[in-house]
Ligand binder design. Structure first.
Ligand SMILES: NC(=O)c1ccc[n+]([C@@H]2O[C@H](COP(=O)([O-])OP(=O)(O)OC[C@H]3O[C@@H](n4cnc5c(N)ncnc54)[C@H](O)[C@@H]3O)[C@@H](O)[C@H]2O)c1
Length: 321
């Protein structure tokens, strides 16, 4: 049993790779180690997999590497590689998003078709909904109206998936809603809050704190992703993956302050381009496959805070050695 995982060195990809190896899969992980954040962090994400005989790492850019030979035998594909982040997708940064999100995804689907891969589970995003017409948002009912160029590229991935779906690939798009937990990317709000709670830089809050998100713990995202990639019957073409516990940023700051026993210093800055006011997922379709979220927001935040603390401990002891 072999599976391909793209973006395997990233936040979500490294967790998915660990889970699939633990479940007995042979994992071929593909990652270009892009410079959106430190390469050392991504290498660190793969630390526990480095000595694992069932894990192979291929360092390659999906947008230009030969892919068909990597997909020999037609294994299922979990496609998580992308240029994430809303803000950077405005202005000149957009070229990167076209390269890593659109071109990379089109090439992967083309190669998957040629290699005879049956199933491709790929990361989409709640960003495709923008400020949604209705809450909770429902796949196939709530229209896409992204507010950022990033959201547009994720919508393009969904359109590409539909095209290759009509050619026989079982493509399932996972619309992840704000994922958090250990290894969260350094640009994301909860990570910056946890760093601030450990004496890191002052937390800059975009907007007034009333914006809310349907936060999803990474272990629930892993469970949904593995399910979508491996379930026997073809899954629906789009699935919301949302943790179901919506909270405002002010509430999150309060919980983290409580858990850390620290008063987290916050500086308010203006709302950022592309930020939406609210996200909220209807997860009926995913639940029908047997999934339900298992991690509460409070427990999930504790797990991220503990991971940040342990990471600081490792860095401090490496510096002292
Ligand atoms: N983290 C979230 O809250 C969230 C929410 C919605 C959707 N998503 C999507 O989930 C996926 C994973 O996100 P993440 O937070 O783990 O991001 P991440 O940046 O930690 O991981 C993405 C990985 O993809 C790799 N990559 C980028 N372009 C590549 C290319 N052209 N070829 C090969 N590898 C490439 C990067 O080096 C990185 O390791 C992305 O598709 C992202 O858009 C994430």
């Amino acid at each position: 049993m072999r599976v391909i995982i793209t973006g395997c060195a990233g936040f979500i990809g490294s967790h998915v790779a660990e889970r699939m190896v633990a479940e007995g899969w042979r994992v071929t992980g593909i990652d270009a180690f892009t410079d959106y954040y430190a390469e050392a962090d991504k290498r660190d994400n793969l630390r526990s997999l480095a000595a694992e005989p069932r894990f192979d790492l291929v360092e390659a850019d999906l947008a230009d590497a030969p892919l068909t030979s990597l997909l020999a035998g037609g294994p299922p594909i979990i496609h998580l590689a992308a240029q994430p982040g809303v803000r950077g997708s405005f202005g000149d940064g957009f070229g990167r998003y076209l390269h890593d999100n659109v071109l990379a995804t089109q090439r992967l689907f083309e190669a998957a078709l040629e290699a005879g891969c049956r199933r491709v589970a790929y990361a989409s995003s709640s960003s495709v909904y923008g400020d949604a017409e209705a809450y909770p948002t429902v796949e196939g009912l709530t229209p896409r109206r992204p507010r950022s160029p990033y959201g547009v590229t994720k919508g393009m991935c969904e359109d590409l998936a539909a095209i290759y779906g009509r050619q026989g690939i079982e493509a399932v798009g996972l619309r992840y809603f704000t994922v958090y937990g250990p290894r969260q990317r350094p640009d994301m709000a909860m990570r910056r809050l946890c760093e601030a709670a450990h004496g890191g830089p002052l937390f800059q809050l975009n907007g007034d704190g009333s914006q809310s998100r349907d936060f999803t713990h990474v272990s629930d995202v892993v469970a949904a992703t593995v399910l979508a990639a491996t379930t026997d019957e073809p899954p629906p073409p789009l699935l919301n993956v949302g943790g179901g516990e919506e909270a405002t940023m002010t509430e999150v700051i309060g919980i983290l302050g409580d858990l850390s026993g620290a008063s987290i210093p916050v500086r308010r800055i203006g709302a950022q381009r592309g930020d939406v006011i609210r996200t909220g997922a209807d997860t009926t379709l995913l639940r029908a496959l047997g999934w339900s979220p298992a991690v509460s927001l409070r427990d999930g935040l504790r797990s991220e805070l503990e991971w940040v603390a342990a990471r600081h401990g490792r860095t401090a002891s490496a510096a002292a050695a």
